[in-house]
Design a protein around this ligand. Structure first.
Ligand code: FES
Length: 170
C-alpha cells in the first residue's frame, strides 16, 4: 500500500543539524549567496528541502524565514517533502487526453497505488500530472525524470515503470 509522504519525519535518514551545517559550509553559504542557487544546491544534495535546512539557510543568509519559504513555495522546482527516486509525470493536456492519456494515468495510479502528488511507500516513484509536456505530437506522453516516453498506452507505461523499478533495485 502506498502513502502520501507528508512530512520529513517519514524519511528514515534525515540529515542532522551537523550534517546540514557541514553542507552549508561546503557550499560556502553566506549573506552574499544567491538564495535560489543555494536552495537548488541543497535540494540536489538532500533530495528535498527539509525545514531544518531552510532554517539553517536563513541563519547563514540572514534572511527571514518567511522570505525563504516565499521563494520555496513560489517555484515549483523546490520540494519541502521527500520525493521518490523517480518522478513520473503524466500529461493531462488536451492532445494527450484525446489519445488516451487518461487511461494511461489511471493505469499508472493503479499500478503504483498513489494519486497525483503522492509518493509510493517504497520511495521509488512520485507521481505528478502536467497540463502539457510540450511535445503534443508524441501524445499520449509520460515523462520519467528527464526521459520522454511518447505514444503511450497503459501496457507500455506499466512496462516502463517495471523497468525503472527493476533497474533501481539491481
Ligand atoms: S497535451 Fe500532452 S504533451 Fe501537450
Amino acid at each position: 500500500m502506498a502513502k502520501t509522504v507528508t512530512n520529513a519525519s517519514d524519511i528514515a535518514q534525515l540529515p542532522d543539524e551537523a550534517a546540514i551545517e557541514a553542507l552549508l559550509d561546503a557550499l560556502d553559504v553566506s549573506p552574499d549567496s544567491n538564495l535560489i542557487s543555494v536552495l537548488q544546491d541543497v535540494q540536489d544534495r538532500l533530495g528535498f528541502l527539509p525545514a531544518p535546512a531552510l532554517e539553517a539557510i536563513c541563519g547563514r543568509t540572514r534572511m527571514p524565514l518567511s522570505r525563504v519559504y516565499g521563494v520555496v513555495t513560489f517555484y515549483t522546482q523546490f520540494y519541502t517533502e521527500p520525493r521518490g527516486r523517480h518522478t513520473v509525470r503524466v500529461c493531462r493536456g488536451t492532445a494527450c487526453y484525446v489519445r488516451g492519456g487518461k487511461t494511461v494515468l489511471d493505469a499508472v495510479k493503479r499500478e503504483l497505488s498513489i494519486e497525483d502528488g503522492e509518493t509510493t511507500e517504497d520511495m521509488m516513484f512520485t507521481l505528478e500530472t502536467v497540463a502539457c509536456l510540450g511535445a503534443c505530437a508524441l501524445a499520449p506522453l509520460m515523462l520519467v525524470d528527464s526521459t520522454y516516453h511518447g505514444k503511450m498506452d497503459s501496457r507500455k507505461a506499466l512496462r516502463i515503470l517495471m523497468k525503472y523499478r527493476k533497474d533501481s533495485t539491481q
